[in-house]
Design a protein around this ligand. Structure first.
Ligand code: BDP
Length: 720
């Protein structure tokens, strides 16, 4: 190499190694493992983590060792020594009850029974006048979870000298749902192509699969549904199963099981039968054999996720059978292998003229208690479809005999897709904390989902993934926070969104206090901001046709009414909003009496749900004293202001973020601000046709005419 080039090469190396490197593409997610700079914490951590006892010798303990090596070298600049027999200098012990040396067991106090198979404890003890730290649990995977927690303590710069913590997951199935198709397109995916490179599997195992498993394990996710709910039967053929087996082998050391979506008509499409009737013995036999075959490829296969009788998908209704009959057929085939069925409640009909918000309840409520024990009914958080804000789904609390699994959407189909910063921790928390009153006050959605309200052995949470081939995994850097928040809330639905935001910021960017304060403020107001500039005061489903990007309150006259905007906002000269009280669709009757009373009464209905449940005149007087029209307009304006504030806040913490990630977030915030104005102007001009009222003071006059917005059609929007 010639001299000037050598110089440049060395400079480039130095830059990439320095703390504030110019290039950080976000690939390492929240596992950044930045060097600990604190002069007090660094020596303490170095002392604690220098000599590690880890007796297990298997794929998971290898993973633990590797993670510790990577993390400690980066954070503490030490090369930790590992030993399988305790030594005098050992200060960190990682083992199950059977593996830990007797003297450590005497010093700790662990609720072994309660830990189950996945819970873990981390305790600090005094040993030979030095501190020792014990990470323990009842399984290798529990030790892995404990190790990630330990690393998090360092990443977030906690005092570990007196640590005594126990963490037990409150749900047992914590899965990502990938809406990934075999051709690598991702339905509602905004971060590139599918990470599953089916064509090159099983021959090539991308390093990204391993990092995917690491990231998920670090937040307690223990399952992945590899394929789209709009399912392709081919994924159940040996051609694909070989590929699935390779992914399962890769994920196994990280405690992650694979699941597949089962297309209900698979017996016809790939089985050569002429029916898929769940009560037909040939169909039952076909599924039993298919399931047995899958377990030959994947001995710990998790089970199936099924979308049936919804948006054109085949299902038991095709044979006049119930959802329970459909689910139970698959459940029985899976029972000998301890597999489960996650049967989606997202069922609504083209032909039923009833309010779409009511249909899942009408279909499923009568089936309570009729499902096999290994079936979970998977319910979206709200009764329509992942809108910026929805009240909780009325099925939560209404099916005490059936374990209900939460389905959140991490990918931001209706929340700015790949360009808007919207921290979904706040949305998830709002839903989980809501009281269903199913068994009196305190019967929160979280308790239903945890299974604690009705003592269910099975419980779970699913998140529709936002992951793709983009280098930073999620397109928007802050999309990573939504993946993170999902995992943390699936583990513990009672966790606070603010705490999650804080720890994510620390692990991903910096522990600096000012940075955290501003970063948190951006994140915690971002969901409300999006609701304000998209669908304030209970408005919903008014986005662009089909691709769902941007505003489309004018969408009308399509082949089904309940896919149009005019069906949902009902705007006319006399007012706006969907009447779901007794004088309207009466969807409110599906909730417990306490909820009904609260929401039907205009005095007590939270204004954030007002137009979800009520149709009101434009001059209706709001609590603020403003007319409804003014209040709507002011909310849109506020949303735009909030996006401006987010930009100002982000700029103020520039010095704490590396250039690459800083710039990407800034660019996206600017797109978001621009689009917030687009939403405001398009919606206000459209609704103004009916209200016939001027924009109140403080609301900016729209830049263009309504026609301009109506005619603007975004092209090639991803993720359709
Ligand atoms: C809607 C999406 C559609 C999904 C459907 C579902 O627009 O792409 O297939 O939900 O959840 O939100 O099945």
């Amino acid at each position: 190499m010639k001299r000037p080039f050598l110089f440049l090469f060395v400079m480039a190396l130095l830059c990439s190694a320095s703390h504030f490197s110019l290039a950080n593409d976000g690939y390492n997610l929240w596992l950044q493992y930045q060097k600990i700079e604190s002069p007090t914490l660094l020596p303490e951590y170095q002392k604690q983590a220098g000599h590690i006892f880890i007796p297990g010798k298997n794929a998971t303990s290898d993973v633990i060792e590797k993670e510790l090596r990577t993390a400690l070298e980066a954070m503490l600049e030490i090369a930790p020594q590992f030993t399988t027999t305790p030594k005098q200098e050992t200060t960190l012990f990682i083992g199950t009850r059977e593996q830990l040396p007797a003297f450590t067991l005497k010093a700790i106090n662990i609720p072994w029974e309660k830990l189950g198979t996945e819970g873990f404890s981390i305790q600090s003890i005094n040993q030979n006048s030095q501190k020792a730290l014990i990470i323990t649990g009842n399984s290798d995977v529990a030790l892995l979870y404990g190790t990630f927690e330990f690393l998090k303590l360092l990443q977030t710069q906690q005092d570990i000298s007196t640590v005594d913590l126990t963490s037990i997951p409150k749900t047992n199935i914590r899965v990502l749902n990938h809406w990934d198709n075999p051709d690598r397109t991702v339905e509602r995916g905004y971060a590139g192509a599918s990470i599953w490179d089916w064509h090159r599997l099983p021959g090539h195992v991308k390093p990204q699969y391993v990092d995917y498993a690491r990231a998920n394990a670090s937040i307690g996710i223990n399952g992945t549904v590899l394929t789209n709910v709009n399912a392709n039967a081919q994924v159940l053929t040996p051609y694909f199963l070989k590929k699935v087996a390779t992914l399962a082998d890769t994920f196994r050391p990280y405690g992650i099981k694979v699941y597949l979506t089962a297309r209900f008509s698979a017996p016809i499409e790939i089985g050569g039968l002429d029916t898929a009737d769940p009560l037909h013995p040939e169909v039952q036999k076909w599924w039993t054999e298919k399931v047995n075959e899958i377990y030959e490829y994947v001995p710990d296969f998790g089970g199936f996720l099924v979308k049936a009788d919804s948006e054109g998908q085949p299902g038991p209704q095709n044979y006049d059978r119930t959802q329970a009959e459909g689910a139970n057929m698959l459940a029985k085939a899976l029972q000998p292998h301890e597999g489960i069925v996650m049967w989606r409640a997202f069922v609504y009909s083209n032909e039923t003229p009833d309010d779409r918000a009511k249909q899942a309840y009408n279909e499923f409520k009568p089936l309570d208690g009729k499902f096999e024990d290994n079936v979970l009914v998977q319910v979206k958080n709200g009764p329509i479809d992942f809108q910026p804000r929805e009240p909780f789904h009325p099925l939560f609390g209404a099916m005490p005999e059936t374990p209900l699994m939460m389905e959140f959407q991490i990918t931001q189909e209706y929340l700015g897709q790949g360009t808007h910063l919207v921290f979904l921790g706040s949305l998830f928390e709002e839903v989980l904390d809501t009281d269903t009153y199913a068994k009196g006050p305190g019967s929160t959605v979280a308790k239903v989902v945890e299974g604690s309200l009705d003592q269910h052995a099975l419980s779970g949470m699913a998140g529709v993934s936002n992951i793709g081939t983009d280098r930073n995994w999620t397109g928007h850097l802050f999309g990573q926070a939504n993946w993170y928040a999902f995992g943390r809330l699936a583990w513990n639905p009672d966790e606070s969104a603010a705490d999650i935001a804080k720890e994510w910021l620390k692990m991903t960017f910096s522990n600096d206090e000012k940075f955290i304060r501003k970063g948190k403020s951006i994140m915690l107001q971002s969901h409300e901001a999006a609701v304000n500039y998209m669908t304030p005061l209970g408005l919903h489903h008014i986005m662009g046709w089909s691709h769902h990007y941007g505003p489309g309150p004018w969408v009308t006259d399509k082949h089904r009414d309940d896919w149009t905007s005019t069906y949902y906002h009902q705007a006319s000269e006399d007012g706006i909003g969907f009447d779901r009280t007794a004088s309207g669709s009466n969807a409110l009757s599906q909730y417990a009496p306490e909820v009904q009373q609260q929401y039907e009464n205009l005095e007590t209905c939270p204004e954030k749900y007002l137009l979800w449940f009520h149709h009101l005149p434009w001059n209706y007087e709001m609590k603020s004293g403003h007319s409804l029209w003014d209040e709507i307009a002011l909310h849109y304006q506020k949303g735009v202001h909030q996006t401006e504030q987010m930009i100002t806040d982000w700029k103020s913490i520039k010095t704490h973020v590396d250039d690459q990630r800083y710039q990407q977030v800034l660019d996206f915030l600017q797109i978001q601000h621009h689009e917030a104005k687009w939403w405001r102007d398009a919606c206000l001009l459209y609704f103004q046709q009916f209200s016939q009222m001027p924009l109140p003071e403080g609301v900016t006059q729209p830049e263009f005419s309504l026609d301009h917005y109506r005619q603007y059609t975004p092209l090639f929007v991803p993720g359709i």
